[in-house]
Design a protein around this ligand. Sequence first.
Ligand code: ATP
Ligand code: ZN
Length: 613
Amino acid sequence: MAKDSYLKKILGAENFSRIQSSKVLMVGAGGIGCELLKDLVLTGYGEIHIVDLDTITLSNLNRQFLFRQNDINKSKSLTVSKAVQHFNYLNAHLVSHHGNIMDTNKFPITWWEQFEYVFNALDNLEARRYVNKMCLFLKKPLMESGTTGFKGQIQPIYPYYSECFDCSTKETAKTYPVCTIRSSPTQPVHCITWAKEFLFHSLFDEVESDQNLTDPNQIRSETDNEAEIAFFQKESTELAELRHLITTADPPTFINELLVKIFKADIERLLLIDSIETRRGSRKPTPLDVVRYSSQLAGLLADVSNENILNLDTKMWSVLENIYVLYKSSEVLQERIVSGRESSISFDKDDEDTLNFVAAASNLRSSIFGIEIKSKFDIKEIAGNIIPAIATTNAIISGFACLAGTKYFTTPSHGTDYSAITHKSSTIFVGITPNKYITSGTLGPPNEKCPSDALVSRGVFKISPTDFTTLTLGWLIGQLENYGYSRDDISIQKSNSKLLYDIDYDDNVDLTLASMSGLKDGELILISDDSDQLESLELYINIAEKTSLPELVLRPKVTHDEPEQENEDGLLENGMDVENDGVILLDSEAENEENDDLLIIDDEPSPKRRKIA
Ligand SMILES: Nc1ncnc2c1ncn2[C@@H]1O[C@H](COP(=O)(O)OP(=O)(O)OP(=O)(O)O)[C@@H](O)[C@H]1O
Ligand SMILES: [Zn+2]
């Protein structure tokens, strides 16, 4: 039997050949990406481009099944393409790109134009938002997917017909009040956050940072106790002095100063301003008796075999052992900076030195405040915001993403009019809440307050190199009048909010587009109607062969006077749709239950890049 006969049968021969002749993009080749690529290859997609910026690490191997031990340090995108070759029965053409999808030089909008469908397999909000925006510019269908532990979801996005990625609020990492972290902790997580975000960051990370924990305005918004505010200020100033010691003092001096200042002097000072109001339910702290421990510490340091303590990941270290670990990790971190190998060090749960420092410092703070001590293993999980990635959830979600993606190819195409397909598609959620493993929801229209699609239309403004250097901003304003805008009412801004034109600022109208500061290929400009008649328009400048503005009919501007209304979770308000074809519902009660698992996506703070071996 031919390898594709079953697919032809279930998808229809014509639809299958549409899939075979299509070119799709998959962004991310990690947990979901590995599974998804296997599915896409076996579904018969003709050409699949894969983008990932990262290289393979040991910790990827437990679930990213296209990778093997000897792939460590190799590029993910290149490796997945090779790995699927031995089951590439349907001869998919695979094209790998090692790079950041947000890099407009490597992936300009003209590069995106070639794809018929985009699959996201990402792990962070920033990149997801970017891909969403590019798909809105080009009106490309996008399949968004994400998992966190046993929960997962897919969301098909049909630009301007269904909700986009930005149409609903996303859960972000929990933050704690500054005062809880800096003066009145009551739980291990408060001490871990303090050790990681405040102490470690102030000592070893970039000097320039917009840390919430040191922002005077943030502090004043939480406390008006002047003594406490003065305490925070002094603590920060002295930390800066301590940071200076990293490069000017020897390890014993630096670490002794660190122990005395952080765990003794600061705590004694805190006790002086001790009151119910500054305590906020936290126990009265006991300063660390550094002198009492110093001879025992010297004893531990004298015997190298004690370095074994650093590897006892599941043991609750004693106070002395925590001091020892703090000493050893500080010594290495100091050496990494003094040697010039690194100018600053960021916390990384997989960087043992940084993890040891944070684990020991947070435990010492916990013991001072009478809070339970945690093992390094537990601290890694909390400090790294780790929710275990479950291979099976990734596999299920990827399966659904692939399956739901085929719906696009089995529905007659009407260009970028996605009304029919939007009606036929659904979001799918998986989880392990009792009796509810898989549920689905219809695709709602764009949220009327969404800044990405409801309030703005987007398009690509192609301009030839000659026109770019000869045509003026005045010419562009004339063109914009064809959309229904009046030159007296619009303002034009660059993506960084820099004003280029409005009725009171016409200095640039005679300048050529090329000579206007910062306008270049890949730049965005936003046109807003100050008379509130028409929606805004965002144009992507693309230096191309021929000049053309996008064909668009702008919608009347919607204004919202009433206060912002969110549902309880700040999440999507999709209804359940049990009748929607193609949706598997294992739970007969799903129709009546509130879906509280929506849009919870495992998000890394930002993309990272490692060197390819
Ligand atoms: N801006 C981006 N451009 C290209 N690829 C990206 C970008 N941001 C994230 N990625 C990739 O998306 C993939 C997401 O996969 P996954 O969620 O499994 O994360 P991981 O980094 O492999 O695993 P973990 O974070 O658990 O160690 C990663 O391979 C990551 O490199
Ligand atoms: Zn939206």
